[in-house]
Ligand binder design. Structure first.
Ligand SMILES: [Fe+2]
Length: 312
C-alpha cells in the first residue's frame, strides 16, 4: 500500500482542495455536457475571475456504421465557451477512452489550448500499437499530445491551482485532476449508486483500481466530484455526474469505506467477465492513442480505421 505519510502528491492535492473549501482561493465554475450516446460527461471548468478554462474529456460524435464524424456535441461546448467569454488553456484527457472518440483536436482548432494526458499513455500506445499493427510511423512516446502529466504535477487554470494524481487500474494511464475543490476522477469511481469502472482492459487491474480509489477517497469529504460517465443506476431515471468524496466514502456500492481490497477485487473481476466490449472501443482506441487524430490518409486521400478480426 502507498504510505500516506509519504504521499506528497496526495498532500498537495488535499491542500489545494482545502484552500478552496475555506475560501482562501477561488473555487472553479464547472459546467457539464452529457453525451447520452456514449454516457460521457464533458466538463468545462473555469476561473470565474479571469475566465481561463480547461475542457475535460470532450466527445467527438461518431457513427460506426458509416464511419462518419460530426461535431454537434463539440459545437455545443464551443458555443458555451464563446458565450461565457472563456479562454481555453487546457484540453485534458483523464485517459485514452474506449467508449468515445476525443474531440480535443477539433476544440483546439476552434478555441486553442494544449492537449494533455497522463505520461503512462506510452504504455497504452505500446499495447494498442501492437494490437492495431500501426507500423513504424506511429510514435510510442506520447508526442502526439502537447503535454504529458505525471503524478504530483501542479498546474494552474487562470489563478486556480490544479494537481494531478495518477490513478491507474481501469487503464495504466488514468489521471484524476484536482482543480480547486473540484475533482475529476476519470474512470475510477462512478456515482455512489452505480459503483466503479471496469478493470479488464489491457493493462487494467482490479487491485490497482482499488488502491487508486482508496487514495482518491482520502481527499477532503466536501470536495466536489465530477464523474466521467453515468449509466443510470437501477431505480434512477436521470443521468447524474456530480457527488462528493464524502458521499462516495459513505455509500459507493462497490468501494465505500469498509469494503476490503479482496472483496472489491472478487466483485470487480466477477462483474467484468459479464460486460461486453464498448460499442466504440475499436475506433476510440485507434483515435485516442493518437491524441484524437485519425490515422493519416492513404494514397487515395481517405483515412481508415482497422478492425482486428478474431476467430477466423
Ligand atoms: Fe474509460
Amino acid at each position: 500500500m502507498v504510505d500516506r505519510e509519504q504521499d506528497t502528491a496526495l498532500s498537495q492535492a488535499t491542500g489545494i482542495v482545502e484552500n478552496a473549501l475555506l475560501g482562501k482561493t477561488r473555487a472553479p465554475v464547472v459546467h457539464t455536457f452529457f453525451d447520452e450516446a456514449t454516457f460521457t460527461a464533458t466538463h468545462v471548468v473555469h476561473d470565474p475571475e479571469n475566465r481561463a478554462a480547461a475542457i475535460i474529456d470532450p466527445v467527438l460524435d461518431y457513427d460506426p456504421a458509416s464511419g462518419r464524424v460530426s461535431h454537434e456535441s463539440a459545437d455545443q461546448v464551443i458555443a458555451y465557451v464563446k458565450e461565457q467569454g472563456l479562454e481555453v488553456a487546457w484540453l485534458l484527457e483523464t485517459h485514452a477512452h474506449a467508449d468515445h472518440l476525443s474531440a480535443a483536436p477539433y476544440l483546439k482548432g476552434a478555441l486553442g489550448g494544449r492537449i494533455a494526458i497522463g505520461a503512462h499513455i506510452v504504455d497504452v500506445q505500446d499495447t494498442f500499437g501492437a494490437t492495431f499493427n500501426v507500423g513504424a510511423d506511429f510514435r510510442h512516446d506520447g508526442s502526439q499530445f502537447d503535454h504529458l502529466f505525471a503524478d504530483g504535477d501542479i498546474f494552474t487554470i487562470g489563478e486556480i491551482e490544479a494537481a494531478v494524481l495518477h490513478v491507474p487500474g481501469h487503464t495504466p494511464a488514468d489521471l484524476a485532476y484536482v482543480v480547486g475543490d473540484a475533482v475529476f476522477p476519470g474512470d475510477t469511481i462512478f456515482m455512489p449508486d452505480f459503483g466503479t469502472a471496469r478493470a479488464d482492459f489491457p493493462g487494467g487491474d482490479a487491485r490497482t483500481l482499488y488502491r487508486s480509489i482508496r487514495r482518491l477517497l482520502e481527499l477532503p469529504g466536501k470536495a466536489r466530484l465530477f464523474l466521467c460517465h453515468d449509466y443510470k443506476a437501477p431505480g434512477r431515471d436521470e443521468f447524474a455526474w456530480e457527488t462528493t468524496i464524502a458521499e462516495e466514502r459513505d455509500g459507493n456500492i462497490h468501494a465505500a469505506t469498509g469494503v476490503s481490497e479482496d472483496d472489491f477485487v472478487s466483485m470487480r473481476e466477477a462483474r467484468d467477465v459479464t460486460l461486453g466490449m464498448p460499442r466504440l472501443i475499436l475506433p476510440s482506441i485507434q483515435v485516442n492513442m493518437r491524441a484524437g487524430h485519425f490515422p493519416p490518409p492513404e494514397d487515395n486521400g481517405t483515412r481508415y480505421l482497422k478492425i482486428p478480426v478474431q476467430g477466423v
